[in-house]
Ligand binder design. Structure first.
Ligand code: FE2
Length: 252
């Protein structure tokens, strides 16, 4: 097994049918960059489309017909599980019913992808079912380097809006992660801006959106979730057997 692994995390693609193809173009640019950087896996960490619409998923399907590396789809709060299943029946790692939890094996780093979406809600929840799935998924391989992915940040970012709509039971998430020292990183999206936090011993990286970025509101009176001129992008998580893991913001 190779001693290197590169994960391209592309988040909050928000594909839509009425933006002149802008979100699709950004996704394609991100995938082209991921190819240039030798990504072994591409992981889309939720909010695949903007409004849960079938025509949006069709556009996404078209955009990812020939990805430069194995590509995996996770849901976010703008997604619909049934439509994801229907549009991507060949994505056989997706469970046939219930939450879209899965793991990515056969690489030197394991990826454990947790579906924390609550249908009809903007926030995320681990809930007991998610905690049990995460515990059992992590218990299968206790020594292999592992990245845990979910859509919602599992820590307080101190943003007035996003702290209300993050992973509301983040403490339970950290409790599970704490039992698994093999978790090198927790990665997520949702906030549409780069941020860093902590879940037990594991650093948490919030990837930006590939489509647009939000500003920060830390004090009353500041505008909530304004679109900003900050750069959209994606994150390259690069691991080597001897050097460990490093995560890089890649601007688009
Ligand atoms: Fe989003």
């Amino acid at each position: 097994m190779s001693g290197t692994f590169r994960l391209a995390q592309i988040s909050d693609t928000h594909i839509r049918a009425d933006d002149g193809g802008a979100a699709v173009a950004q996704l394609k640019r991100a995938m082209a960059q991921a190819k240039d950087y030798g990504a072994d896996v591409i992981l889309l960490t939720g909010d695949l489309v903007n409004d849960e619409r079938e025509d949006e998923y069709a556009l996404l399907a078209e955009a990812i017909t020939d990805p430069p590396a194995p590509l995996y789809l996770m849901p976010g709060n703008h997604d619909d599980r049934a439509r994801i299943r229907r549009t991507f029946p060949h994505h056989s790692y997706l469970p046939r019913d219930g939450a879209l939890h899965f793991t990515i094996e056969n690489f030197p780093v394991r990826i454990v992808a947790l579906d924390d979406v609550v249908p009809g809600e903007t926030h995320g929840l681990l809930r007991r079912s998610g905690a049990e799935w995460l515990e059992s998924a992590l218990s299968v391989e206790r020594t292999k380097p592992t990245i845990v992915a979910l859509h919602h940040p599992p820590f307080l970012t101190h943003d007035l809006l996003f702290d209300k709509i993050g992973l509301l039971d983040a403490e339970e998430f950290a409790t599970v992660v704490a039992r698994h020292r093999q978790v090198l990183r927790v990665i997520c999206g949702h906030h549409h801006r780069v941020a860093f936090g902590q879940a037990a011993h594991a650093p948490v990286i919030v990837a930006p959106s590939s489509s647009w970025t939000y500003g920060l509101a830390v004090d009353e009176g500041q505008k909530i979730a304004p679109k900003t001129a900050e750069q959209p992008g994606w994150v390259l998580h690069a691991w080597t057997h001897t050097g460990g893991i490093a995560s890089h913001f890649m601007g688009l």
